[in-house]
Design a protein around this ligand. Structure first.
Ligand code: C5P
Length: 229
């Protein structure tokens, strides 16, 4: 599967997620806290068994031993990508990496830096100094040093991270909007712009999941990025 599109299955019921993926056919999907809390690993296993590449977006952030064990279980489930918070620190990142390295076919291990919902004032309130970009870059260096495969980043950080870490560092980007809309995502780009800036994977939820015809919405996005394949 070589599409850069990862469809965010942000549903409260597994039936809705399954109904959508049946319509879309072969694709990469993301299961986050909402759907996982409802449906647990059974749905992950079901989607993996049906041939979908699953990004398990649970953003692990805990002591190294706990995160390492959770990452091993994610690898056992057969997920294609899993993520951890870079703010969990060096030992936690190294433990996560060591855990997935035990698998001959292992999931991509991706770090989350500063959530895109946080603004400058929020950083100060949790004791982080410097700009959002400073913090993202510092955490990306840490993740890269610890052997993680890449980062989740906002579209606005793609160029900085691509220029700093080179072509093999995977950049996974939410905040993708094919057309300008007003919702909770503030720092957005179109799929083509994000790929042009150097993103590897585009996490796209509502532009596809809430479209009146999700397959048509996906196909239109695929057409818009056809030149970046
Ligand atoms: O619907 P939408 O396209 O905004 O979905 C984006 C997805 O990416 C959601 O599942 C959201 O939780 C996730 N995400 C994000 N920002 C981050 C990390 C993950 O929007 N920094």
């Amino acid at each position: 599967m070589n599409t850069p599109i990862i469809i965010a299955l942000d549903f409260s019921k597994p039936e809705l997620a399954l109904e959508l993926v049946e319509q879309l056919g072969s694709c990469r999907v993301k299961i986050g806290k909402q759907l996982f809390t409802r449906s647990g690993p059974a749905l992950v296993e079901k989607l993996v068994a049906r041939g979908f590449e699953v990004f398990l977006d649970l953003k692990y952030h805990d002591i190294p031993n706990t995160v390492a064990r959770a990452c091993s279980i994610a690898a056992d489930l057969g997920v294609w990508m899993v993520n951890v918070h870079a703010l969990g620190g060096r030992d936690m990142l190294l433990a996560a990496r060591e855990a997935v390295d035990k698998y001959s076919v292992r999931p991509l291990l991706i770090a989350v830096s500063i959530l895109t919902s946080l603004e400058q004032n929020d950083l100060a309130a949790v004791g982080l100094q410097g700009t959002i970009e400073d913090n993202v870059l510092r955490l990306a260096h840490l993740a890269n040093d610890c052997g993680l495969d890449g980062m989740v980043c906002s579209p606005l950080e793609i160029v900085m991270l691509r220029n700093t870490f080179g072509k093999d560092f995977k950049l996974v980007t939410p905040g993708i909007r094919p057309v300008t809309v007003t919702d909770d995502q503030k720092r957005t780009m179109t799929p083509a712009q994000a790929l042009q800036h150097g993103a590897n994977y585009l996490v796209i939820g509502r532009p596809i999941t809430t479209a009146s015809n999700p397959l048509q919405a996906l196909l239109a996005i695929e057409t818009s990025i056809a030149n970046f394949g």
